[in-house]
Design a protein around this ligand. Structure first.
Ligand code: HEC
Ligand code: HEC
Length: 364
């Protein structure tokens, strides 16, 4: 399944069967382990079940293949030799990281495979060397920006960068006066467009796409396909929903947990690169050094092997009334694809029914 961008809501989820137990296991007090949820787990024993699916996406993308490169139905079967080879490779990667990197996921499938089933071990002619295809681990992303351009002199503090950002959006007073927000979002992906309706109020939000809905109820991310039970959102879907949380991008980011690392080249200008620690590792923020506006977030979904990256680029900041500016264009990029969201019809402080924010009744 390639959920990002709410494909999950839109249609029959590929592998819904494999996915459902993962969703059910997510966010319970004591999360189930992979072997408690899946049938034939040998190398991933003891790890959280909810991270199995993103881990499979990580592996497939690293090798440039689809699930059926290793799997036949049922997914627990060990029919294909590729699946058995993959197990050996996973053990090798865990052993390398344990022996050399204190268990940190420095080496992963992408390190060698670079999008191919058979790694090319030969040195390439410099002129032909391809640029690194994707920021595989969370850490690679920062390096991809080009270490040479990093300037660490006279950096502002995280609190100063966030204060300038707030001012650029309209100032603390104007932002505090926003009680609710509704907007329409046109999403274009792979030649198709869909319309999302988004409602935000009081630390909660909900979005509707066709019959499907998803949101945040103040304590957890949920999703509903328009039938059946409401499920906690997990994996890449939870990562994407977290991007929508808050009345403006990166709202609620705590300066005490963030640090400015460098001034880096960014689209012809400069940006401050700030990193903040979250439960899932680091999230990177790029703030325009001259305007103060947030231009990019790089976050990720944890897997057993490293982070599956998600980058969001913000542009086209426009006034939405009340002295406030918000970005009207968001470009999302992950390990597989890019898609664009265009905002319209933003309304601030319209009355919002409680039902517009609640997960549908009958769910868990
Ligand atoms: C390169 C090989 C490879 C690819 C590609 C791959 N998998 Fe896997 N998959 C594995 C291995 C190996 C295991 C068993 C892990 C273990 O033993 O702990 C596994 C286990 C699973 C399981 C658990 C099955 C069970 O009940 O035991 C599911 C579900 C799964 N994969 C789904 C997927 C999906 C969905 C994709 C495509 C996004 C995918 N896999 C791509 C190698 C692969
Ligand atoms: C240190 C480098 C390295 C790393 C890291 C690595 N591989 Fe490999 N992998 C190889 C090489 C080299 C081959 C080709 C071996 C051969 O041809 O006998 C290979 C082959 C494979 C194959 C067989 C491909 C085929 O065509 O049948 C699979 C599947 C595979 N790797 C999965 C993985 C997975 C999954 C990971 C991450 C958990 C991983 N590899 C990490 C080097 C690596």
């Amino acid at each position: 399944m390639r959920f990002p961008s709410l494909r999950f809501l839109a249609g029959p989820a590929l592998l819904a069967l494999a996915l459902t137990p993962v969703l059910a296991a997510q966010q319970t007090a004591a999360e189930k382990t992979a072997e408690q949820v899946f049938k034939n787990i040998q190398v991933f024993k003891g790890r959280p079940a909810s991270e199995l699916r993103p881990t499979m996406s990580f592996i497939a993308s690293s090798l440039g293949v689809r699930c059926n490169f290793c799997h036949v139905q049922p997914f627990s079967a060990d029919t294909k030799p590729q699946k058995r080879t993959a197990r050996r490779m996973i053990e090798m990667v865990f052993a390398i990281n344990k022996a050399n990197f204190n268990g940190r996921p420095e080496i992963n499938c992408f390190t060698c495979h670079q999008g191919h089933t058979e790694p090319n071990g030969a040195l390439s002619i410099a002129a032909d060397a391809p640029p690194a295809a994707m920021p595989a681990g969370g850490r690679g992303a920062g390096r991809g920006a080009g270490r040479g351009g990093f300037d660490r002199t006279n950096l502002p503090t995280a609190a100063q960068v966030l204060a300038k950002y707030e001012d650029a959006l309209g100032g603390a007073g104007a932002l505090a006066a926003i009680r609710s927000e509704t907007m329409t979002v046109q999403q274009a992906m792979m030649g198709r467009t869909m319309t999302l309706h988004m409602v935000k109020q009081g630390g909660k939000f909900a979005l509707t796409e066709g019959a499907g809905r998803a949101g945040y109820d103040g304590s957890r991310y949920w999703s509903w396909r328009g039938r059946g039970a409401v499920a906690p959102a997990a994996g890449e879907m939870a990562t994407e929903l977290a991007i929508y949380n808050g009345l403006y991008p990166a709202a609620g980011l705590d300066a005490a947990k963030a640090r400015v690392f460098a001034r880096v080249p960014f689209e012809g200008g400069k940006a401050y690169l700030m990193a903040a620690r979250t439960a899932n590792g680091f999230v990177r923020y790029y703030f325009d050094a001259s305007t103060g506006l947030l231009r990019r977030i790089i976050t990720g979904t944890p897997t057993y092997l490293g982070m599956l990256p998600l980058q969001v680029d913000y542009s086209n900041y426009q006034s939405v009334g009340g002295g406030v500016k918000l970005p009207f264009t968001m470009q999302f990029s992950n390990h597989e694809r890019t898609w664009t969201q265009t905002v319209s019809n933003v309304k601030l402080n319209q009355p919002v029914e409680a039902s517009a924010l609640a997960a549908p009744a009958g769910g868990n």
